[in-house]
Design a protein around this ligand. Structure first.
Ligand SMILES: [Zn+2]
Ligand SMILES: [Zn+2]
Length: 392
C-alpha cells in the first residue's frame, strides 16, 4: 500500500473518531454506527477498562480508577486546559517548521509570518479571558442585583432557594456541581476552560469559538496557498505535460499532482486535513451557540424547555383524549346520532394531532437586544444599578 493510501486512511479514521466523539449524540446520527462509536468512546471503553482493572487488581484498583475519574470529571482541574495549549502550541510549531521556509512564496507575502503569530496569540488571549473571568457568580452580597436583572417567568423558573448556597436562585441561574457555586444566566460548565460559561463570559466564549474557527480557516487556506505556490515555483504542471506527456486537462493532471503533493508535502497535507476538520466542528459548535444567543436561550434552558414542552404536550394529549372519549360516549347514548359522511370521518384529524404547545420565552427581546445582552450583560448595566439605587 502506497504512502498516499496510508495518509488517506489516517485522515478518514481521524475524522471518524473526532466526529463520533464530539457529535455522536446529535439527532442526525441516531441509530447509526457513529452513535455506537460515540457510546464506546465515551462510556463503553471506560466501562470495559473499569471491569478489567477490577478483575486484575481487585476492588482497590477499581477504587483508584474511580478517584482519578472523580478528580478529572467531577472537580475543577486544568487537564483539558493543558491539552488545549498543547494542541494549539504543537499545531503552530508544525506549521512554522513545515511552511515558514516557503514564506514569502508565490501567493503569500512575508507578513503572514507575523499575522499567523498574532492570530494564535489572540486565540490564546481569548482562551485565558474565558477561562479566568468571572462567569457571574451569585453570592449573598449580589443576589438582589441578579434577582432584579432576571425576573422569574413562572414557567421554567420559579422562586427557589439553592440548597447548597442557601441563597435565592435568580431566574436563569444554576448551581454548578463542579465549581460548587451558583452562576447567573448559566449556559454550561466547560471542561476545556475549566470554568462555567455564564452571564459575564458568554461573550468571550463566543469570541473564542468564532476566532478559532477563523484561525483554522486561515491555516487551511494559507497552507493550501503554500502548496499551490510550490506547484507554481517548481513548474510541476509544465514538467508533467512536457516531459511526461500527461494531457493538459484538470482530470488528467489532478491524480499526478495529488500524488506529488502527498509524496513531497505530507506534513502540510495532514495539517490541512486536521485544520479543516477542526474548523468544521467549530463552525457547528459556534452556529449552535449563536442560535441560542439570538433567541436568548442557554444550553441549560434548552433542556428545561424540552422537559416543559414534553410535559405540556402529554397533559394536552391527555385532555384531548379525555374530551374525545366523552364525546364518543355522548354520541353512543344520544338517540339522534348525527350522520357523519364516511369521507369526512376519514379525513377528520385525530384530536391528538391538534395539540399545539407554545414556547413562551419572556427573555427573548428580539435579535438585536439579545445580541446586545450577550455583549453587555444585564447585571453590569448602569441603568439597572441606578434603578436599584433609586428604589432602595
Ligand atoms: Zn448554589
Ligand atoms: Zn462550573
Amino acid at each position: 500500500m502506497g504512502v498516499e493510501w496510508v495518509l488517506v486512511c489516517h485522515g478518514l479514521v481521524t475524522a471518524l473518531v473526532v466526529v463520533s466523539f464530539l457529535c455522536g449524540r446529535w439527532p442526525i446520527f441516531e441509530g447509526t454506527f457513529i452513535q455506537r462509536i460515540h457510546y464506546f468512546l465515551t462510556f463503553g471503553f471506560y466501562d470495559y477498562f473499569l471491569r478489567f482493572v477490577g478483575a486484575v487488581f481487585g476492588a482497590k484498583g477499581a477504587d483508584a480508577v474511580l478517584s482519578v475519574e472523580n478528580f478529572c470529571c467531577d472537580r475543577p482541574n486544568p487537564l483539558l486546559q493543558i491539552i488545549y495549549l498543547a494542541i494549539i502550541g504543537s499545531t503552530y510549531y508544525f506549521v512554522v517548521k513545515s511552511c515558514f521556509a516557503y514564506i514569502p512564496g508565490y501567493y503569500l507575502g512575508d507578513f503572514h509570518r507575523y499575522t499567523s503569530f498574532l492570530a494564535v496569540a489572540v486565540g490564546i488571549l481569548l482562551f485565558l479571558l474565558t477561562s479566568f473571568s468571572d462567569p457571574g457568580t451569585v453570592k449573598a452580597q449580589n443576589v438582589s442585583h441578579y434577582l432584579s436583572a432576571y425576573p422569574y417567568d413562572n414557567i421554567i423558573y420559579e422562586e427557589k432557594e439553592c440548597s447548597t448556597c442557601k441563597i435565592l436562585k435568580p431566574a436563569r441561574s444554576k448551581h454548578c456541581s463542579i465549581c460548587d457555586r451558583c452562576v447567573a444566566r448559566f449556559d454550561h460548565h466547560c471542561g476545556w476552560m475549566n470554568n462555567c460559561i455564564g452571564e459575564k463570559n458568554t461573550r468571550y466564549f463566543m469570541a473564542f469559538l468564532l476566532w478559532h474557527f477563523l484561525l483554522c480557516m486561515y491555516g487551511t487556506v494559507a497552507i493550501g496557498l503554500v502548496l499551490a505556490g510550490r506547484l507554481k515555483e517548481l513548474k510541476v504542471v509544465y514538467i508533467l505535460t512536457v516531459y511526461y506527456g500527461v494531457e493538459n486537462s484538470f482530470l488528467d493532471l489532478a491524480p499526478h499532482v495529488v500524488q506529488w503533493l502527498l509524496g513531497s508535502y505530507n506534513t502540510q497535507i495532514l495539517l490541512v486535513v486536521f485544520l479543516a476538520i477542526v474548523a468544521m466542528l467549530l463552525a457547528g459548535f459556534f452556529g449552535y451557540h449563536a442560535k441560542l444567543c439570538l433567541s436568548n436561550t442557554t444550553t441549560n434552558e434548552t433542556y428545561k424547555w424540552q422537559d416543559y414542552m414534553d410535559w405540556q404536550r402529554k397533559l394536552k394529549e391527555a385532555q384531548a383524549s379525555a374530551e374525545a372519549l366523552k364525546q364518543s360516549i355522548n354520541g353512543m347514548t344520544s338517540e339522534k346520532r348525527p350522520v357523519v359522511s364516511k369521507w369526512r370521518s376519514f379525513f377528520r384529524r385525530s384530536p391528538l394531532e391538534d395539540v399545539v404547545v407554545v414556547k413562551n420565552n419572556i427573555y427573548d427581546k428580539g435579535f438585536i437586544n439579545n445580541i446586545w445582552e450577550v455583549i453587555s450583560p444585564l447585571s453590569t448595566r448602569r441603568t439597572l444599578t441606578q434603578t436599584k439605587l433609586k428604589s432602595s
